[in-house]
Design a binder for this molecule. Structure first.
Ligand SMILES: Nc1ncnc2c1ncn2[C@@H]1O[C@H](COP(=O)(O)OP(=O)(O)OP(=O)(O)O)[C@@H](O)[C@H]1O
Ligand SMILES: [Mg+2]
Length: 230
């Protein structure tokens, strides 16, 4: 197996706060995501899916065990290092899009390129190409706040993919869309990441969408169920 893009070794996550008792939400989690692989993550509400994506993105750090993102040990890095590793390695997609409503469609997509210091011309060409591939070329100049939910999520996919991240993490990317639109967005997300050779780890509550991945991981009360081979 090639070097995984994401690896978790016996990871635990405990949330600690002064005003409530410690809460361990992930335990003994071991997994590997290979380059180019599409993996779905399922489990009941509160089972730890979002927490696991936060660990994978270096937004949270493990209380025990190791998380390796493109070979970087996230627990060993400073917050600044984790931010840079995340920027270089990960594209993020959220349930509620997290777009900047007063910027145009194209500006929202281009933002990670500008922040990452890419050449303006390259960012512009990449933005136009991605918007074309999701069918939004003619909306490039519109304020993003005028788009429908499904259109906004397509913009968010383009933004996530702009820098060709080797790993896309998507937390319920279809969770606020109707079934048909959700299916379309999921098909696009899978097709775009596959076309670019990136890996995808996505959370969904839909059995049908989960089955579109190469394999499915299931969390039960913070632990991964053993995988069944088909
Ligand atoms: N910052 C936090 N502090 C304390 N507990 C937290 C924190 N964030 C999440 N939790 C708890 O961790 C557990 C797992 O939450 P998480 O958001 O990972 O679940 P989830 O599987 O994504 O659920 P859902 O399907 O509802 O999105 C929950 O019991 C939640 O209350
Ligand atoms: Mg969640």
């Amino acid at each position: 197996m090639p070097e995984p893009i994401l690896r978790c070794d016996d990871v635990a996550l405990t949330y600690r706060a002064a005003d409530h008792p410690d809460r361990t939400v992930l335990r003994g989690v071991t997994l590997a995501v290979a380059p180019g692989e599409a993996v779905s993550l399922v489990g009941r509400s509160g089972s730890g899916k979002s927490s696991l994506l936060h660990l994978a993105a270096g937004i949270a750090v493990p209380t025990a065990g190791r998380v390796l993102l493109a070979g970087h040990d996230l627990g060993s890095g400073s917050e600044r290092e984790r931010t840079l590793w995340r920027r270089d390695t990960v594209g993020l997609v959220f349930q509620f899009f997290h777009l900047l409503p007063h910027l145009s469609v194209a500006e929202n997509v281009a933002l990670p390129g500008w922040l990452g210091g890419l050449a303006g011309r390259e960012v512009q060409a990449r933005t136009a190409d991605l918007l074309d591939r999701v069918g939004l070329a003619d909306r490039a100049a519109d304020p993003v706040g005028r788009l429908s939910g499904g259109e906004m999520q397509r913009v968010a996919l383009c933004r996530a993919l702009l820098r060709r991240p080797p790993l896309v993490l998507a937390d319920e990317p279809t969770g606020s869309l109707d079934d048909t639109t959700g299916r379309e967005v999921m098909d696009l997300l899978l097709a775009l990441t596959r076309a670019e050779g990136g890996a995808l780890l996505f959370v969904t509550h839909s059995r049908q969408l989960a089955a579109a991945a190469d394999r499915t991981l299931r969390l039960v009360d913070g632990r991964l169920e053993p995988e069944r081979t088909a």
